[in-house]
Design a protein around this ligand. Structure first.
Ligand SMILES: *[C@@H]1O[C@H](CO)[C@@H](O)[C@H](O)[C@H]1NC(C)=O
Ligand SMILES: *[C@@H]1O[C@H](CO)[C@@H](O)[C@H](O)[C@H]1NC(C)=O
Ligand SMILES: *[C@@H]1O[C@H](CO)[C@@H](O)[C@H](O)[C@H]1NC(C)=O
Ligand SMILES: *[C@@H]1O[C@H](CO)[C@@H](O)[C@H](O)[C@H]1NC(C)=O
Ligand SMILES: *[C@@H]1O[C@H](CO)[C@@H](O)[C@H](O)[C@H]1NC(C)=O
Length: 383
């Protein structure tokens, strides 16, 4: 009885809800992929030519990892397999999109440099933004260790509606039950779905789709690791097809920055807080060339009394110090008269990326403070 009531309620609700109909992609006449140095192209014929055009940018990582043992998930070589082998391992991809592949790097993501990250952002913009962009969507295969850093960087620097999906794997390609093939197909199907437009950069692993703005790695070893604590995922993959829980929306306060003229990202260090820490490494960071410092402080970004004078001394030299939290979840809210800048909702690595972007754009320290603090600060002072 109750089940029937619930069923009819559910039917009544679904009858009034907007139907989940996929709009079609805008068609683009021009297809000039020459600037991309494509190293792999999927087979084309009359059937495949009607599929959306997808650029896969491969960077290495565990998804391209190889080991001599099929039980090895700790001592394998990351970034051993090229983009063609990745795609050819998943024949379903050929029915999903017309695929071109480019090998942007082939490294474990802990070795992925700022220069490579900058290249990825510019290449993704060239691939999908603008009227004559040659692709409909981009998938980036990436090591999971720093996947959230690249994904967040793309989210705040690529300014268009086209889907950009970052994907990795927790088990190397040679492992029993390797997760890479399913994750890659998930990423491709998510990327070519028009339902994925206007959602910013996305991350797909383990049958979840999450927003790069909030998503982070939460567990060092298991497949079930990319999550958005507090914010939840945007959708799931059901039978490897994207299903979104809500229509497209952007995170509150999200802003995109134009980095088309940026040639390099300035060095920014992260310094970890702990009981009794005096943050003396802040001084070494600046002496070794850091143009900004992020503190991964305790709790809501608190710094020790002993650390404050040292931190103030580098701020006096013009170095911005932005407080984040080693908790990796929750807010560091602006506080009156603080010499440091409150990082807001970003975890330390995302705070670092944001600070790098602002510094690269030549923002003053007041502008950097405003970029981090003003949206949340002006919201809070309404009360
Ligand atoms: C493509 O290759 C050419 C020639 O090697 C090089 O000048 C260009 O920068 C490359 N483009 C990209 C996007 O890597
Ligand atoms: C294109 O190739 C696929 C795979 O071989 C095949 O299923 C499909 O029928 C082909 N389409 C045409 C028009 O030849
Ligand atoms: C970035 O891309 C340019 C070509 O656009 C290439 O010359 C350069 O080597 C790339 N940098 C890195 C670090 O891969
Ligand atoms: C992003 O694109 C929109 C629409 O094309 C444009 O109005 C806006 O100025 C762009 N923002 C940046 C930061 O380039
Ligand atoms: C902030 O600084 C002003 C001026 O020095 C002082 O009057 C005020 O008490 C300070 N507020 C807090 C919360 O420390």
């Amino acid at each position: 009885m109750l089940a029937n009531v619930l069923l009819s309620l559910a039917l009544a609700c679904s009858a009034s809800a907007a139907p989940l109909v996929a709009p079609s992609f805008p068609t683009v006449a021009k297809r000039d992929n020459s600037p991309f140095n494509i190293t792999y192209s999927s087979p084309r014929n009359a059937t495949y030519d009607s599929l959306p055009r997808l650029l896969i940018m491969a960077t290495g990582g565990t998804i391209a990892g190889s080991s001599t043992s099929n039980t090895d998930s700790t001592a394998y070589t990351a970034g051993a397999i090229g983009v063609a082998a990745l795609v050819e391992a998943v024949p379903e991809l050929l029915e999903t999109a017309q695929i071109d592949g480019v090998q942007v790097a082939n490294v474990g993501s802990n070795s992925l440099s700022d220069a490579i990250a900058l290249n990825i952002s510019k290449l993704a913009t060239k691939a999908v933004c603008g009227d004559d962009a040659p692709y409909d969507a981009v998938v980036i295969t990436h090591g999971t260790d720093t996947l959230e850093e690249t994904a967040f960087f793309l989210d705040i620097t690529v300014n268009c509606s086209a889907p950009i999906v970052v994907v990795g794997a927790m088990r190397p390609a040679t492992a029993i039950s390797a997760d890479g093939p399913n994750n890659l197909l998930s990423a491709a199907r998510t990327a070519v779905s028009p339902l994925s437009r206007d959602r910013g950069t996305l991350i797909t692993l383990n049958d979840r789709i999450c927003s790069a703005f909030f998503c982070q790695k939460t567990e060092a070893n298991t497949l079930d690791t990319f999550e958005s604590p507090e914010f939840g995922c945007l959708g799931h993959l059901l039978s490897v097809q994207p299903f979104y829980h809500y229509p497209p929306s952007m995170p509150t306060f999200k802003k995109v920055y134009d980095i088309s003229k940026v040639q390099s990202l300035p060095p920014v260090e992260i310094i970890y807080g702990f009981q009794g820490s005096d943050f003396h490494l802040v001084k070494s960071a600046v002496e070794s060339g850091a143009k900004g410092v992020v503190t991964a402080g305790t709790g809501a970004g608190s710094l020790s009394t002993a650390g404050q004078p040292l931190i103030d001394s580098v701020i006096a030299q013009g170095i911005p110090v932005v407080r984040s939290t080693k908790i990796n979840s929750g807010f560091v809210a602006p506080s009156t008269n603080a010499t440091t800048i409150a990082g807001g909702v970003f975890n330390p690595v995302k705070t670092r990326r944001m600070l790098q972007v602002l510094l690269a754009l030549g923002k003053t320290n007041d502008e950097i403070r405003a970029a981090f603090e003003e949206p949340l600060g002006s919201y809070l002072t309404q009360f």
